[in-house]
Ligand binder design. Structure first.
Ligand SMILES: [Zn+2]
Length: 335
């Protein structure tokens, strides 16, 4: 990305093993993230031309001398945050805030090859070579599925509970899927876009609410006997969506917030009296990967449906544009 709205596909040097704990993978698929739209729209500054992309699935091409858990030829998926897997934070399941964390996206996953640091703590191999039809779903596990799943876990989704999801991007839609898998009884998707409503229903939403802001909150209250939802997942990252999530949650309930926050300010006195649990942040996707990969391999979930546009890598700029204009939910890029 050279600047807002300016995505170019250029020849860069192939990545090489830089540390003995690195691997280089050949990407089977990569994609454009909703968070890539923040710099694309100029909301995050682009100070210099930057490699883009942090979602990846592919085959290990080369492994550093200290890598033990994967080997050349393995099909692997990893998180957008590389983690050592051994520090106290990783051991507690918060690998995205590992004491030695490295953002994989700095190396640019929208590419043919990618260097992944801390391979043993970051990557998970599939059970044998996957059916090519499963690759979009495996790629989704790298971020949007793992992030939606964390949102649902952070929001304490459980059997019998009522869950509301704020945000109908890929993460919000997959939070709906996660809530269904975790046994929620009622899942309210907040969306005003018909194709996204359809996918939300397919992923397990039981109700659609088109109102937003205060009206959206009022609808959720009305649908829950005046109480608010037990669990609310926030998957946007704006002031409005965060307040909508907190206000839609009943006292004692849980908010899982996974939309990357942009200038969100929480009013302390309202928060005090809201009496809700708050947990969020960059999702520790690595915690969930083994389970998510198994669910995809046995075809109990199909998160790859969020990719409604597939383009060759050299048309990446069109993929960004389609998402920016909301013509596509999520663009898969084939290297
Ligand atoms: Zn760690």
């Amino acid at each position: 990305m050279h600047g807002p709205g300016d995505v170019r596909v250029e020849q860069r040097d192939d990545p090489e093993i830089a540390a003995p704990t690195d691997v280089v993978i050949r990407l089977a698929a990569t994609c454009v993230c909703g968070s890539d739209l923040w710099p694309y729209r100029g909301i995050e500054p682009v100070r210099r031309p930057s490699p883009m992309g942090h979602e990846y699935a592919g085959i290990v091409e080369e492994a550093g001398s200290e890598v033990r858990s994967v080997k050349p030829g393995d099909f692997v998926i990893g998180s957008f945050m590389a983690s050592d897997g051994t520090c106290e934070i990783c051991q507690a399941g918060y690998q995205s805030r590992c004491a030695h964390v490295e953002p994989v996206g700095a190396n640019g996953a929208q590419a043919e090859y990618l260097r992944v640091p801390l391979a043993d703590g970051t990557l998970v191999a599939t059970h044998g070579q996957p059916d090519p039809a499963l690759i979009p779903s495996l790629l989704a596990a790298s971020d949007v599925l793992g992030t939606g799943w964390f949102g649902a876990v952070a929001a304490d989704v459980r059997p019998g509970k009522t869950v509301a999801v704020v945000g109908d991007g890929a993460v919000g839609l997959l939070a709906v899927l996660a809530a269904r898998e975790l046994g929620a009884e009622r899942i309210i998707a907040m969306s005003r876009h018909e194709p996204r409503q359809k996918l939300a229903l397919e992923f397990g939403a039981t109700d659609i609410v088109t109102e937003r802001g205060d009206d959206g909150v009022a609808r959720i209250k009305e649908m829950t006997g005046g109480y608010g939802a037990h669990s609310v997942i926030e998957a946007v990252g704006t002031q409005e969506s965060m307040m909508q999530a907190i206000r839609s949650t009943r006292p004692g309930g849980y908010v899982g917030y996974v939309g990357v926050a942009h200038d969100v300010q929480l009013p302390g006195d309202e928060l005090f009296f809201a009496e809700v649990h708050l947990l969020g942040g960059p999702a520790p996707v690595r915690r969930f990967l083994p389970d998510l990969i198994s669910r995809i391999e046995d075809r109990s979930i199909g998160p790859g449906k969020v990719f409604d546009l597939t383009l060759p890598l050299d048309q990446a700029a069109d993929g960004y544009r389609a998402m920016d204009e909301r013509r596509a939910i999520k663009t898969l890029l084939r290297p």
